[in-house]
Design a protein around this ligand. Structure first.
Ligand SMILES: *Cc1c(COP(=O)(O)O)cnc(C)c1O
Length: 388
């Protein structure tokens, strides 16, 4: 890579990211090329963002067409892509209304605001607590950091936003007790904890928790920022659990590479926001919405079947393989606990032309939903070698 770019980056970019020594120049589908001309099979998708890979022609055409018309209007005016995307999101989920923002954290902020306002109006202002799970990840804003159930994210930023309680995933008694004690407004969960190590929640727990929330008029909210938009083999991961959440937040893969967040409001919360109650300058941006609409339209039954088939292939290759302790996840969101440290596997794979991520102590795979079988097979072989 170019030493001068690295120097500039280190001099002028705030030091929050530890980058790999690779400068990505271009890509096509699930193959990316660095500035030295070396190619990599991409099993990270920019952290579950590029749902159909890099520079996908269908996605690009949708973006270019909209950029040629109008790139931004503000929310003072109507635009077609924004309305059409909201309609599709509602038709495909049964949710009733959508608030658009620009990131996962903002999508969760909106969910939290919705639960607080709903509960305050319905039950009284003391019903403000949002109960989340330990080991969760909900974002980096102060409030979504407060929602995140991992202490190490909290340490540097005291005092946090009050009104959050964290409970152990799988412990229904604790959930019920904490909801009762805190007069909870909402419960927010990831069906598969992504940053927490790719840990799927137990279906019986999710089902009972959702029932309990429903019986007590506590909004059951699902963070689908990472799990959403086809990633787990269903359009949204909650669909694998047979529940009907009150609020769904999503982002990452929805825009296929352009920033967009969406908070879907169900029957109960659909009218919680009135004029001026919430807003976002860029939210519902027509280019991001046109991109997302093209992504959503391609997540059909056939694609989801292929996601499941590719998932089964990966589980089959890694489960019980040399150097592998365990495999977790759902669909094309997979965590592999390796005998070697995950970072070592990632760097060996990178040297051999495969990009993967980590989550906690696991190697994390988040390939494009349409990754060709031959690339997936090649990448799996490189990874298996790196894990030995
Ligand atoms: C990535 C992520 C977020 C935060 O999304 P940003 O777009 O980085 O704000 C929130 N929740 C989950 C589950 C995520 O994986």
């Amino acid at each position: 890579m170019s030493g001068s770019i690295r120097k500039l980056d280190e001099q002028y970019i705030a030091g929050t990211y530890k980058r790999f020594p690779v400068e990505i120049a271009s890509g096509s589908g699930s193959v990316v090329t660095d500035t030295d001309g070396k190619t990599y099979i991409d099993l990270g998708s920019g952290i579950a963002v590029t749902s159909f890979g890099i520079a996908d022609p269908v996605w690009q055409a949708a973006v270019i067409e909209q950029i040629g018309k109008v790139q931004h209007t503000s929310n003072l005016y109507y635009t077609g892509p924004c309305a059409a995307l909201a309609e599709q999101l509602c038709l495909r989920t049964g949710m009733k209304k959508v608030f658009f923002s620009n990131s996962g954290a903002e999508a969760n902020e909106c969910a939290i605001k919705a639960a607080r306002k709903y509960a305050a109006e319905k039950k009284g202002p003391e019903h403000f607590t949002i109960v989340t799970l330990k080991n969760s990840f909900h974002g980096r804003t102060l409030t979504t950091l407060s929602a995140t159930g991992q202490e190490h994210y909290h340490e540097l930023y005291q005092p946090l936003t009050p009104g959050f309680a964290h409970v152990t995933a799988g412990d229904l008694d604790e959930l019920k007790q904490v909801c009762a004690e805190t007069k909870a407004a909402g419960i927010l969960v990831e069906c598969v904890q992504g940053e927490g190590g790719v840990v799927p929640l137990d279906p019986a727990y999710v089902e009972t928790a959702a029932d309990y929330a429903n019986e007590n008029d506590i909004l059951f909210m699902v963070d689908e920022v990472q799990t959403g938009n086809g990633r787990t083999g269903a359009l949204y991961a909650y669909m694998n659990y047979g529940i009907s959440p009150d609020v769904v937040s999503t982002a990452k893969g929805l825009g296929g590479g352009l920033p967009i967040g969406a908070t879907l409001l169900g029957e109960k919360a659909q009218n919680v926001f009135g004029y001026g109650d919430h807003g976002s300058t860029f939210g519902g941006n027509p280019v991001s919405c046109a991109a997302a609409l093209s992504v959503l339209n391609r997540i059909d039954d056939e694609l989801l079947e292929n996601v499941k088939r590719k998932s089964a292939f990966l589980f089959g290759r890694f489960e019980g393989a040399e150097g592998v302790e365990s495999v977790s996840g759902m669909g094309l969101m997979i965590g592999i606990k390796t005998k070697k440290p995950a970072a070592e596997v990632v760097s060996a794979a990178m040297n051999n032309g495969v990009l993967v991520l980590t989550a906690k102590d696991r190697v994390r795979l988040l390939p494009a939903l349409n990754i060709p079988d031959d690339l997936l097979e090649k990448a799996a072989a490189v990874l298996l070698e790196a894990m030995k």
